[in-house]
Every structure is written in structure tokens, then in C-alpha cells.
Unconditional design. Structure first.
Length: 415
């Protein structure tokens, strides 16, 4: 919340300064040239080679084929707002020299049904009206008014541009592929999708990825997901439940803000940070690990951090030191081989390394998970107490719940 408020104040000052210091740029208007329904500028690149930058369109065309050159100069670039809020255009074809276009260029073309590129274009290609880079490794844009209800991202695609599916009114289901490792910013923001199926390798959901997807009901999150970024599911008012995967690390600012039907959510052991007001306006009751501590912020709001408590034995009263669990790089113990007689007990003490430096004291049991390879021989409690039950051997595994870092103790039980 602090960084958000500082950013807002900073941008307000920048805007005020720009208004006070603004002088009209007459030279920009003077540089505008006209070609049919287009306005354009002649610019030069680093090699001082001239190219055309199309800045505006005033025509009433439905199926647009962008010019490849004007007055023998290549048309290579178009304005981001070239067709913004255009209510007539249904199809756009990129000519052979067009490059450097992005998904956001097309998200506000109200009736756009298809995007194409001529075969001679070395940068882009299309399939069924969807625009890709030439090798189909990147999906650039899925048109806003394309009427299909379901879409499976081709198996060759590894990356998706921001805004690729934003504002689409017909699409109800998106299926990701196995190559993708991230859902980009504004992925399907303000669209009508109801279901998203993520590939198993998705590690990050970007900012506002599903912002105001008010019909989104079902989300099958990737098992490998680690980060849910700012406002990712903000105002997904139809979302009733979501299962967070066991490798998730961070839930960022306003991630589930105003998800008003989300009434219960379980935070997995792996989460080390829930940023400011991630669940603000959401009635969900958080079921979370005890070591995930709530912290009120000076400027309002709250956050959660996974805190590792370490006890340092002292005369009179033990000293307690707290560390962020995300900073723990290693856990270990003093003795990894134990010999016990049947019926005897022993407590396990865990030492930690923070940023690779060994710390004094012993880690609190609540952030650890204890398991025995042979419960008939050795039993271990959630408090790290082991009990020898009968003659034999067993291995006790001690695992840090937030990261999975672990060590093993071999136990031999004698009569």
C-alpha cells in the first residue's frame, strides 16, 4: 500500500509539473502528411533510412489492408491508437513491412473479428484470424469481437502478449498449453471468459490478468504456480472458489479484491507473503498456517508474512529472534544419527541458515513438518518429539513447510 500511495503522489506531481510547463508542439502538427484516409509521418531509423509511421485513420473501411509503402517509402510502424474505439473495422491485414505491433494496439477496436498478415511479412503470421509472430512462438492478439466460445492456445506458443484476450465479449473458455510459463499482464482483462485451464508449467499470473472478468467461475491453477500478481483476480464477482497450489509463494496487492462470492480460501504452507489488502472486500475466511503473521501498516491496510521464530537458550529466560521465512537458505541439526532404546524419547532441534549465514538457537516447530519412514519403529509428533517403539531402523525427515528445504535423521532402535 505504501508503494502504491507514493506512486500515486509521484504521478500527480509529474502531471501538475507537465501542465505548468506545457507549450503547444506546433511542429508535430506540421509534420503530419496525408495519404488517402491515413495521416503519417516520415521518420528515420538508426541507419538514417526513412520509413513511414502511420499516425491516424479517418476512413469508413470495414476490411483494412494497411499500405506497404507510401511514395516509395516503406510503411513499417503504426500508432497504438490508430483504430481505437473504431466501430466499423472488422478485419485488419498487416502489409509486408509492418513490425513492432502489440496486443494493446487492437484491444479497443470494438468490432474487430480478425487479424491477418500477408505471407511476405517476415515478422507476423495468422491462423483463424488470430495474430502470431512468424514462428508462432508468441500470440500477439486474439481479436475483441471474434465469436468463438472456446480457444486452445496452439502447442507451439510459449509467450502471450499483454492484453492478448482483453475485452473479448464472446470467448468463454481458454485452454493454455504445456510450453507457457506465465499468464501475462491484462491477459483477459474485462472479458467474458468463464473458465481458464492453465498448463502445468505456469509459474506466474500477471497484473490484472483477469481483472473484471465478471463471469469467471472456474480456475484450474497450475501446480507449479508461485506468484499471483497485483489485481490478478480483482472484481471477479462470480468466482466462488479457488484452490491455491502447494508451491505458491506470493499473493500480491489487491489480488482478490472484491471477489464477493469467494467465501473460503486455504493458504498453502508454501506462501511466505500476502501483500497489502490482497483479499479486501472479499468475505473469504482465510485458513492459513500459524506462522503466517498479520501485520498492520502505518498508512492503513495489512499484510501477512511467514515468520520463523528462533529460540536462543539463555540463563533465566530464553531469547526469541524472528526471521522472514523466505530468507532461510538451509536447515540442519547437530546430530543426524541417533541410537535409542525401545520406549525412550528424544526431541529434535533444528538449526537455520539465513542468507547462508548460520544463526544461533533452534527453530520453532510450527513451521516444520516431521515424518517417519517407519511409524511402527519410530513415531514422531508435530512438535518434533520422537519415540522408539520397537527394535529396528527408521528415517525421520524434517521439512521447512514454506520451501520444502529438509534434512534427515537416521534412528536405530535397540532393546
Amino acid at each position: 500500500m505504501i508503494r502504491k500511495k507514493f506512486y500515486s503522489i509521484f504521478m500527480s506531481l509529474v502531471l501538475l509539473f507537465s501542465m505548468l510547463s506545457y507549450t503547444p508542439m506546433v511542429s508535430v502538427k506540421a509534420s503530419q502528411l496525408r495519404y488517402g484516409d491515413y495521416t503519417y509521418q516520415i521518420q528515420t531509423n538508426g541507419s538514417k533510412e526513412k520509413y513511414i509511421y502511420i499516425t491516424g485513420y479517418s476512413g469508413k473501411g470495414v476490411n483494412i489492408v494497411l499500405p506497404s509503402q507510401i511514395n516509395n517509402i516503406k510503411v513499417t510502424t503504426i500508432s497504438e491508437d490508430l483504430f481505437k474505439n473504431n466501430d466499423l473495422v472488422k478485419s485488419i491485414t498487416l502489409s509486408k513491412n509492418i513490425k513492432d505491433v502489440y496486443g494493446r494496439y487492437f484491444k479497443e477496436i470494438n468490432h474487430l473479428e480478425e487479424l491477418k498478415a500477408v505471407k511476405e511479412n517476415p515478422y507476423y503470421t495468422s491462423s483463424d484470424g488470430v495474430l502470431f509472430d512468424k514462428n508462432k512462438r508468441e500470440l500477439v492478439c486474439y481479436p475483441r469481437a471474434k465469436t468463438n466460445k472456446n480457444y486452445s492456445i496452439p502447442s507451439t506458443v510459449k509467450e502471450i502478449q499483454s492484453d492478448a484476450f482483453a475485452n473479448n465479449s464472446s470467448l468463454e473458455k481458454i485452454v493454455c498449453n504445456k510450453l507457457m510459463d506465465a499468464i501475462p499482464d491484462d491477459f483477459a482483462a474485462e472479458s467474458n471468459i468463464k473458465t481458464i485451464e492453465m498448463g502445468k508449467n505456469i509459474q506466474r499470473i500477471g497484473e490484472r490478468a483477469f481483472y473484471k472478468c465478471k463471469k469467471l467461475k472456474a480456475v484450474n491453477l497450475s501446480k507449479g504456480l508461485k506468484y499471483i500478481d497485483d489485481e490478478a483476480f480483482r472484481e471477479c464477482t462470480a468466482l466462488t472458489s479457488i484452490k491455491l497450489p502447494s508451491k505458491l509463494k506470493n499473493i500480491r496487492f489487491w489480488a482478490f479484491r472484491n471477489c464477493k462470492l469467494l467465501k473460503k480460501i486455504t493458504i498453502p504452507d508454501s506462501v511466505t507473503f500476502i501483500e497489502t489488502c490482497a483479499f479486501e472486500g472479499c468475505p473469504a475466511k482465510l485458513k492459513k498456517p500459524s506462522y503466517l503473521k498479520k501485520n498492520k501498516l502505518e498508512l492503513g491496510g495489512y499484510e501477512y508474512r511467514a515468520i520463523a521464530a528462533v529460540k536462543i537458550p539463555r540463563k533465566g529466560k530464553d531469547k526469541k529472534v524472528k526471521y522472514r521465512a523466505s530468507k532461510i537458505t538451509k536447515i540442519t541439526t547437530l546430530k543426524k544419527n541417533i541410537k535409542l532404546k525401545k520406549g525412550k524419547k528424544k526431541k529434535i532441534y533444528t538449526r537455520i541458515y539465513v542468507s547462508k549465514k548460520k544463526k544461533q538457537g533452534y527453530l520453532d516447530y510450527s513451521i516444520l513438518k516431521f515424518t517417519s519412514s517407519n511409524k511402527k519403529v519410530v513415531k514422531v509428533s508435530k512438535y518434533g518429539n520422537i519415540k522408539a517403539l520397537k527394535k529396528g531402523k527408521a528415517t525421520i525427515t524434517v521439512k521447512l513447510r514454506t520451501s520444502g528445504k529438509s534434512y534427515r535423521i537416521k534412528v536405530r532402535v535397540t532393546k
